[in-house]
Design a protein around this ligand. Structure first.
Ligand code: COA
Ligand code: MG
Length: 290
């Protein structure tokens, strides 16, 4: 999963447009991109879309972003969309591991009603949207088997802080948001789930999008969220491992296998030890998982 595209679920046109735009995952949004008066319409359209899209033999993964657990809307969101259960739910404004367990308990009831196995529905969580949530990052490790990934966002956090902006004059995130981004990365790694980078809101600025993708990949993010179809090709390109990196990973694994008694090897003049082998194996394992 390299690219995840948000689609406001009250827009029939965008739902149709998003299906075949190349995104690995679609996130049908019931939260911030939908005004309160349109929530019910968005739920109904998300359900209709899911019921048909889930039947397609070749389809992206399908997620729904519900409204946060404090909104009073989450259960009605789930009542609607779990009639055609998506692959997973994106939880906004997650506060800690208990938020994941809370959502998991709601999902378990819906899964039982649908004769689905307990845990069939995965969870992704946005973990930096409230200031308090930055102090609980370690609680995601071991919280739930459903948890598939963690992601972050700088917009709700900036609003909560009363910040003038979250980016400097050069367009890059300022320190508080880079901290939130880093904590998300550490928390995902500690929990053994996917670290997914935040959306880039200026969808016409594909130069900065490319740069953010490169920085994200460099630091260990495996995917990035998107808000516009024009962002998908760049995200997919950058988060796909290159032919060179695949070849190098294979060569590293082979070099370690050739010296099974040695924890450290000389690989073309570079010292490689256990973490390098683990990284190469992970890259190859991710390829097999698609
Ligand atoms: N999913 C699917 N289709 C989308 C889309 C999206 N996220 N964003 C735009 N499109 C479609 C448009 O409907 C338009 O279709 P058309 O060519 O058939 O008219 C086409 O792509 C080009 O869109 P464009 O005119 O460049 O942008 P816009 O003004 O229609 O939309 C936004 C701009 C920001 C309103 C829109 O991209 C959007 O709604 N993004 C998602 C927002 C969201 O979900 N936010 C919450 C998470 S942060
Ligand atoms: Mg938001």
């Amino acid at each position: 999963m390299r690219s995840l595209l948000f689609i406001p679920a009250d827009s029939e046109k965008k739902l149709a447009k998003g299906f075949a735009c190349g995104a690995d995952c679609l996130i049908l949004d019931l939260e911030d991109s939908v005004v309160p008066e349109a929530k019910q319409k968005a739920r109904e359209q998300a359900l209709t879309f899911l019921a048909s899209a889930l039947r397609e033999p070749k389809r992206p993964r399908l997620y729904v972003r519900v409204n946060g657990l404090n909104s009073g809307l989450t259960e009605a969101d789930l009542d609607a969309v779990m009639q055609a259960p998506p692959d997973g739910i994106l939880l906004p404004k997650s506060v800690n591991g208990a938020s994941i367990q809370h959502l998991g308990a709601l999902l378990a009831v819906k899964e039982a009603e649908q004769n689905l196995g307990d845990g069939a529905t995965k969870i992704l969580a946005i973990v930096t949207e409230t200031p308090a949530s930055l102090f609980t990052m370690s609680s995601y490790a071991g919280a739930s088997q459903r948890l598939e990934g963690l992601t972050w966002g700088g917009e709700d956090l900036a609003a909560a802080l009363g910040a003038e902006t979250n980016r400097g004059a050069d367009g890059a995130y300022t320190f508080p948001y880079l901290l939130a981004r880093s904590l998300t990365l550490f928390a995902a790694a500690a929990a053994g789930v996917l670290p997914i980078d935040a959306v880039h809101g200026n969808f016409r600025d594909l130069v900065r999008l490319r740069l953010e993708c490169e920085e994200g990949k460099r630091d260990g993010f495996v995917a990035k969220m998107a808000i516009h179809p024009a962002q998908i090709d760049i995200i997919n390109e950058i988060f796909s491992p290159s032919a060179e990196s695949i070849a190098k990973a294979r060569a590293i694994v082979a070099a370690f296998e050739a010296e099974p008694q040695s924890g450290v090897i000389n690989f073309e003049g570079e010292m490689l030890d256990v973490p390098h082998l683990a990284k190469a194996r992970r890259l190859l394992a991710n390829l097999r998982e698609g």
